[in-house]
Write a protein that binds this ligand. Structure first.
Ligand code: F6P
Length: 308
């Protein structure tokens, strides 16, 4: 997100705007927690994870009163346009503000990669690399002890992180919310790996799956003998966030942030800036919030074939 903030500030200044940062997300917006941002203020942040402006899960901004309050704070400060860097929750509120007459541009940013209108969102690549580093380490331990390792990754209701981390990490079994999975099918995958003489087996499970790591572990507790392997469970949780962004994320965030300002400068708004087939594209926010991004479930079959 910092790379996107930097791009918005410096491109904005180049286009003749005065740029003001909103601290603490929509909570700060309602309270008028604004800070003028000059080019030097965003120096040295491109390599930092998270956001120097802060963020919030604002329940008040989900209400009409909250959004009216935010809009009034913006107007009071003479702010004419807003760039919202965030995932589905942020973009839903961005759409609402746009419907209320504000010039709003969304920038697709979440590790979950579940925002319609962008093939990939800011943070996904870095989060995946962090998950993979953990998985690679867990496999070393699992191999040494001839165990199965079960790793839960984040993603809310979306299985993208689990699917990609599973394929890139060489998982024997992947469990995602988009596909109803019987825990006995996971047990069969582990058993098959054991019988083929593998020194370890990896299960990657999405936090949003009905059988997440906790539920699978509970199930296997009673049926441990069916697995062959002894099993250890790791829930990665927030460790997947906050890492220093890799080159893909820095470039993506920079391109999206700059494009958002370019649209504002042309008087185009009510759009989400994302990337499709490598090109920066703008999708109406109304379309973004009304649609669910599909996951390529064909990759599950690829993962199955590669787990032999
Ligand atoms: O949306 C990003 C995300 O990291 C999800 O993957 C996860 O479920 C959620 O946020 C965690 O939210 P919080 O940081 O509020 O606990």
């Amino acid at each position: 997100m910092n790379a996107a903030i930097r791009a918005v500030v410096r491109t904005g200044i180049e286009r003749g705007f005065a740029v003001i940062g909103v601290r603490r997300g929509y909570d700060g917006l309602m309270e008028g927690d604004f800070v003028p941002l000059a080019a030097r203020d965003v120096g040295g942040i491109i390599q930092a994870g998270g956001t120097v402006l802060g963020s919030a899960r604002s329940s008040e901004f989900k209400t009409e009163e909250g959004r009216e309050k935010g809009l009034a704070a913006l107007r009071n400060e003479g702010i004419e346009g807003l760039v919202v860097i965030g995932g589905n929750g942020s973009q839903t509120a961005a759409h609402a503000l746009s419907q209320m007459g504000l010039a709003v541009l969304g920038v697709a940013s979440t590790i979950d990669n579940d925002v319609y209108g962008s093939d990939v969102t800011i943070g996904v690549d870095t989060a995946l690399n962090i998950a993979l580093e953990a998985i690679d380490r867990l496999k070393v331990t699992a191999s040494s002890h001839r165990r199965a390792t079960l790793v839960e990754v984040m993603g809310r209701e979306c299985g993208y992180l689990a699917l990609m981390a599973g394929i890139a990490g060489g998982a024997e079994s992947i469990v995602i919310p988009e596909v109803e999975t019987d825990p006995e099918a996971v047990a069969a995958d582990l058993r098959a790996a054991y019988e083929r003489g593998k020194p370890h087996a990896l299960v990657v499970v999405a936090e949003g799956a009905r059988y997440n790591a906790t539920e699978l572990a509970r199930h296997f507790e009673k049926h441990r003998d069916r697995l062959g392997f002894d099993l250890r469970v790791t829930i990665l949780g927030h460790v997947q966030r906050g890492g220093s962004p890799g080159v893909s994320d820095r470039l993506l965030a920079t391109r999206l942030g700059a494009a958002a300002v370019d649209h504002l400068a042309r008087g185009e708004h009510g759009l989400l800036i994302g990337v499709q087939k490598g090109e920066v594209v703008a999708t109406p926010l109304g379309e973004v919030v009304a649609n669910r991004k599909p996951l390529d479930l064909g990759l599950l079959e690829l993962a199955r074939v590669l787990a032999q």
